[in-house]
Ligand binder design. Structure first.
Ligand code: ARG
Length: 583
C-alpha cells in the first residue's frame, strides 16, 4: 500500500500524461507557502523547457485537467508555474483512518536488502569513551530504521580485542603479578577459573600502562611482543585474554544496554583471525601481497586518484596483524557466512583512510564482489559545552558512563516531586537516555556539536524530554477518555486549522523516512518528531478535547490523538528512546 503523497503523485502523473507530457517522476513537496496550498508541484518549469512551451501555460493546462476531476479542494498556479494543491478534508480524513488501521503504510519497501552493520567498536579492557556514543546511537537507529522499512539487518559489536591495548594491559598484569601461571610458557596445569582482574582493575590498568608506554619505549616494545605472542596463540596468554574478554564484555554490554543499543553478533577484531591463513593464501595466489621493509603490504592506489592513498599494511614488520588485516579477515568471514547486499561501518571521520584502504583491497582482491556494497558512514565529533574535546575535570578522556550519569543527575531534578524511590531512578534513567540520544541525533550526522546537559534536558524546545513529556500527555488524555467510558474509532470531522495541520504534517512522514535512510542521518526524523509533536501541542492548547460537546469532533480528536501517539512511539523507538509511564 502506498502512502498518501505517493498516491497523489501517481494520480498527477496520469493527469500530466493526459495533457500530452511524458515525465519520469512526479514529486509533490509540502508547500513553501501554506497560504496557497498544502502541497506543490514544481515540475511545470522543467516540462516547459523539455517541450519548448511556456511553463505557465503548461501549468494552466495541468490545473485545468485537475479541476475537471474534482479531486482537490483547490488547485492554483503561483509565480512562473508552481502548482499548488489543497487536499479535501475527506481525503485527509480517509487517509488518517487508514493510518489508524495500519501505522506502517509509510514504511513499505519493494526492494528489501540484507544489511550487515558494524557500529560497536568498543575496545576491550578500555572504558567506553564519549567517542563511542555517536557510533552506538547513530548505528542503532539506522538499524531500527532500516528494519522498520523492511530490510533485513544484523549488527556486529566488533570489539577492539586484538591490538595494542590488550597487549599493554596483559603486560601490566604480568609486571604486577609475575607469578601468575598465564605467563609461564612451561606451565602444564589447568588455568584458574576465576579472572585475576576485575573490570575496575582494567579501568585502572589500561590508562596506567598506556601512559607508561608513552614514556618508555622498551615497555612499549614489550607490549607489542605481548600482542604478537597472543596472536600466535600462546596458551597461557589466550587463557588470560579469555578472562579479560569475559570481564570486559560484561561491562561493555551493560553500558550498551543503558543506551538501548543491541547487537545480534558479539564478535571482535580477533574473530577474523581464524581466517588469516585462508585469506593470506588467497591474497598470495592473486599476487597482491608485496614485501616492504619487512612488512607485507597491498597496493591500493588507483589511476584516477586525486589524493595520495598509501598501501594497506597487512602484516607489520614484527609479524603482528594490523588493524587493516583484521577488517579484511572479518570481511572474508562476513561474505562467507552472510553474503549481505550491503555492509555499513560507523566510525568517526578520522578513520576514512583506513576504510578506503580496506574497501579497495577487498574489491581489488574480489574478497567482496561487486554485488555487495561497502559503505563507511562517518560522523562528526561531540565536544564539551566549551566547544573543546570532552575531558574530565582532571584533563582525562571523558568516560561515556560519566556523561550519562551527569545527564541523569540533571534530568532527575525535573521529574515530578511525588515520584520517588526506584521508580524515580528508572524514570531519570529513561529521560537521560532520551536527552542524550535526541541531542546526538538531531544534528546532521557529519556536524560536530557541543554537549550541554542543562540545555539538552530542558522540558521545552527541541529536546528529548519535551518529546517524552508531550507523548506522555497524549497517553494520559487517552487514558482519561477510557476512564470516562468514551470509545472512539474513526475520524469523521475536521474542526479547523489546528487539527487539520496535524494531518498535513502527517503526510510528509514517508519522505522523511526515505530521506533519513538515504542520507544515513537521523536528523530529519528527529526534526519531524519535533514538528508533529509541536503541531499536536498547538492543537491541544487551542481545544478542550475531553469536554467537547460535538460528539463526532470528540471521537475524531481522540482518534487523531491515538494515531499521533502511536506514531510518536514508533519514531521514538527508531531513535532508541523509551517513553516512561510518567515523569
Ligand atoms: N575499535 C575501533 C575504535 O575504537 C572502531 C572500530 C570500527 N569498526 C571497524 N570495523 N573497524 O576506534
Amino acid at each position: 500500500m502506498l502512502s498518501f503523497i505517493e498516491r497523489e503523485e501517481q494520480f498527477l502523473k496520469g493527469i500530466i500524461k493526459s495533457c500530452g507530457y511524458e515525465v519520469e517522476e512526479v514529486v509533490l513537496n509540502s508547500s513553501a507557502r501554506p497560504e496557497f496550498g498544502d502541497y506543490q508541484y514544481n515540475g511545470a518549469m522543467q516540462i516547459g523547457k523539455l517541450y519548448g512551451q511556456n511553463p505557465r501555460e503548461v501549468a494552466t493546462k495541468i490545473v485545468e485537467k485537475i479541476k475537471e476531476t474534482n479531486r482537490y479542494k483547490d488547485s492554483n498556479i503561483a509565480g512562473p508555474g508552481f502548482i499548488n494543491i489543497t487536499f479535501s478534508d475527506d481525503a485527509l480524513i480517509n487517509y488518517m483512518n487508514e493510518l489508524k488501521e495500519n501505522i506502517d503504510i509509510n514504511y513499505h519497501n519493494e526492494n528489501p536488502k540484507t544489511i550487515y552493520m558494524d557500529y560497536g567498536g568498543a575496545n576491550v579492557a578500555k572504558a567506553l569513551h564519549v567517542g563511542h556514543l555517536r557510533s552506538a546511537n547513530i548505528g542503532e537507529s539506522l538499524k531500527r530504521l532500516a528494519r522498520s522499512m523492511g530490510h533485513k539487518t544484523m549488527a556486529d559489536a566488533h570489539l577492539g580485542d586484538y591490538g595494542r591495548p590488550i597487549g599493554l594491559v596483559m603486560l601490566e598484569i604480568q609486571k604486577r603479578n609475575p607469578n601468575l601461571p598465564y605467563f609461564d610458557s612451561n606451565y602444564e596445569g589447568e588455568y584458574p577459573n576465576i579472572s585475576p582482574v576485575t573490570n575496575d582493575d582494567l579501568m585502572e590498568l589500561y590508562p596506567f600502562a598506556s601512559n607508561k608506554a608513552k614514556e618508555d619505549e622498551s615497555y612499549m616494545e614489550e607490549a607489542r611482543l605481548m600482542t604478537s605472542r597472543l596472536q600466535e596463540g600462546e596458551k597461557g596468554l589466550i587463557a588470560l585474554w579469555n578472562h579479560i574478554m569475559n570481564v570486559s564484555k560484561k561491562d561493555i554490554k551493560r553500558i550498551y544496554n543503558r543506551l538501548n543499543t543491541t547487537f545480534e553478533i558479539w564478535e571482535g577484531e580477533s574473530d577474523g583471525s581464524k581466517y588469516f591463513d585462508e585469506l593470506f593464501t588467497y591474497l598470495k595466489e592473486k599476487n597482491l601481497i608485496e614485501e616492504s621493509d619487512g612488512a607485507q603490504i597491498i597496493h591500493v592506489k588507483e589511476e584516477d586518484d586525486d589524493h595520495e592513498i598509501p598501501p594497506l599494511l597487512l602484516i607489520k614488520s614484527n609479524g603482528t596483524a594490523s588493524y587493516e588485516s583484521t577488517d579484511l579477515a572479518c570481511l572474508w568471514e562476513r561474505m562467507k557466512l552472510f553474503n549481505p547486499d550491503e555492509i555499513w561501518y560507523l566510525a568517526d571521520t578520522r578513520q576514512s583512510l583506513h576504510f578506503e584502504q580496506v574497501f579497495r583491497a577487498a574489491k581489488k582482491s574480489a574478497i567482496v564482489t561487486s554485488k555487495t556494497k561497502l559503505e563507511y558512514i562517518p560522523f562528526g565529533t561531540m565536544n564539551g559545552s566549551d566547544g573543546k574535546p570532552f575531558k574530565t575535570r582532571d584533563g582525562g578522556v571523558m568516560k561515556l558512563e560519566t556523561l550519562l550519569d551527569m545527564t541523569k543527575e540533571e534530568c532527575e531534578k525535573k521529574i515530578l516531586p511525588n515520584i520517588t524511590g526506584e521508580e524515580r531512578d528508572n524514570i531519570a534513567e529513561k529521560v537521560a537516555i532520551a536527552t542524550v540520544k535526541y541531542a546526538d541525533l538531531i544534528p546532521f550526522r557529519l556536524t560536530d556539536y557541543n554537549f550541554d546537559p542543562i540545555k539538552f534536558s530542558d522540558m521545552q524546545g527541541k529536546t528529548g524530554p519535551y518529546l517524552l513529556y508531550s507523548t506522555i500527555r497524549m497517553k494520559s488524555l487517552l487514558q482519561k477518555a477510557e476512564e470516562a467510558g468514551i470509545s472512539y474509532e474513526k475520524i469523521t470531522k475536521i474542526k479547523d486549522k489546528t487539527d487539520r495541520d496535524i494531518m498535513i504534517t502527517s503526510l510528509s512522514l514517508r519522505n522523511v523516512l526515505l530521506k533519513s535512510l538515504n542520507t544515513k542521518s537521523l536528523n530529519d526524523i528527529a526534526e519531524y518528531l519535533y514538528k508533529i509533536t509541536n503541531t499536536y501541542n498547538n492543537f491541544y492548547a487551542q481545544n478542550r478535547i475531553l469536554t467537547e460537546e460535538d460528539a463526532s469532533l470528540l471521537t475524531s480528536w481522540l482518534t487523531l490523538t491515538k494515531i499521533i501517539f502511536d506514531n510518536n512511539l514508533k519514531l521514538l523507538n527508531i531513535l532508541g528512546i523509551e517513553v516512561p509511564e510518567r515523569m
